[in-house]
Write a protein that binds this ligand. Structure first.
Ligand code: SAH
Ligand code: SF4
Length: 365
């Protein structure tokens, strides 16, 4: 059942200030509450010691503060960690923490499932259950921060988990606002990346939130192939998508667009595809990430062999484009790109429980 109480993590600072004022409390108290929630990781209103008693009592009686519950925490042999999280209405989502030498990147989900049905994506095979709320997006960051050693922080957030972020635009922009708010999570906007499969009309409104990074899932060089892989291409074909990225006001952002290209054997991995890519992207400041397909039971596609992947990236590199061939991180625990389907816990009645060592209690920071 949906809770009718307002949830503190669903509010940006401006919205919380306005709501406090409307309820007869000083609006600057909102800044104090945000600081408790996001700086100190407090999960109980009664711990907010500098609030006046009437406000604390009001919050305890009328508001919610707890959001996601950690159901499972898995660690891959390469150090990637997958958090399986449950919402108040028992939906299951996943977030993936990717530790690297100098950074900790968190990949967050924006929807329970996804309606866009890309033929190679495990999340797409689920269909859509519902959009996540703002608080459920930012709480993924708080839950992941809680599993890191105390001296470490989440340095980067990528909206590349379950779901299409631009189909949940208001919750995504509000969560970006909380991530970057100096009184909340205080991240630099350039540390945040939102990925879209190409929902053209929503790209401009998304980027109004600030100088964040945009990633676009391209995956093909012809409409014929992209129509099959990304059905949304039938509504917004390649020239429309790239035309929007090539025009103002996006061009004057002076930031590269990160193009994602998942390589699938005998589907989009030819040297002709590789040669077409730099021509297609001409005029768009871009970085290309080539990712071998992560196979899973819901899709027929396979990754090409290593040699084909290298040759593909080489052709693009020689044409003068910035290209990176990505490693598949976390694939042994189904945590790699496109493998997120909350498989272990789907069908809640039969959900296997996590082992004791992995099943940590919902923790505060
Ligand atoms: N819906 C958004 C963001 C989530 S998907 C989008 O599509 O961009 C994150 C990335 O993983 C996208 O680039 C997506 O195309 C890619 N992806 C999906 N399934 C994959 C798979 N099986 N192997 C590799 N990448 C995959
Ligand atoms: Fe949705 Fe992205 Fe998966 Fe396509 S690739 S089905 S848009 S999550």
């Amino acid at each position: 059942m949906k809770s009718l109480r307002p949830h503190i993590k669903d509010y940006t600072r401006d919205a919380l200030r306005a709501e406090f004022k409307r309820r007869g409390f000083s609006s600057y108290r909102a800044d104090q509450v945000l600081s408790w929630v996001y700086r100190h990781g407090v999960e109980d209103f009664c711990e907010m010691k500098n609030l006046p008693i009437p406000l604390r009592t009001h919050l305890e009686e009328e508001w919610d503060i707890r959001s996601l519950v950690e159901r499972k925490l898995e660690t891959s042999i390469d150090g990637t960690r997958k958090l399986v999280l449950e919402t108040h209405d028992k939906e299951v989502i996943e977030a993936v923490l990717i530790p690297e030498e100098r950074r900790n990147t968190l990949c967050v989900s924006t929807q329970v499932g996804c309606p866009l049905a890309c033929s190679f994506c495990a999340t797409g095979a689920l269909g859509l259950t519902r959009n996540l709320r703002t608080g459920e997006i930012v709480d993924q960051v708080l839950r992941a921060r809680a599993v890191l050693p105390e001296e470490e922080v989440i340095t980067n957030v990528v909206f590349m988990g379950m779901g299409e972020p631009l189909l949940n635009l208001s919750a995504v922009t509000q969560s970006v606002s909380l991530l970057t708010d100096p009184k909340a999570l205080a991240m630099a906007p350039r540390r945040i990346t939102v990925s879209t499969s190409g929902l053209v009309p929503q790209i401009r409104p998304l980027l109004e939130v600030g100088p964040i990074n945009l990633a676009v899932s391209l995956h093909a060089t012809t409409d014929e192939v992209r129509d099959e892989l990304v059905p949304l291409n039938r509504r917004f074909p390649i020239d429309v998508l790239l035309g929007a990225l090539r025009s103002e006001p996006l061009l004057s952002r002076k930031r590269p667009v990160f193009f994602e290209y998942t390589l699938m054997r005998d589907v989009n991995d030819s040297l002709e595809d590789a040669a077409r890519l730099p021509r297609l992207l001409n005029g768009i400041p871009s970085k290309l990430n080539v990712i071998p397909m992560n196979p899973h039971p819901d899709a027929v596609y396979q990754p090409p062999d290593r040699k084909t992947c290298d040759a593909f990236a080489q052709v693009i590199h020689r044409a003068g484009m910035r290209v990176t061939l990505r490693r598949n991180r976390g694939s042994d625990i189904d945590a790699a790109c496109g493998q997120l389907a909350a498989r272990e816990v789907r069908g809640k009645a039969t959900a296997p429980r996590a082992s004791r060592s992995e099943n940590l209690p919902p923790s505060s920071v």
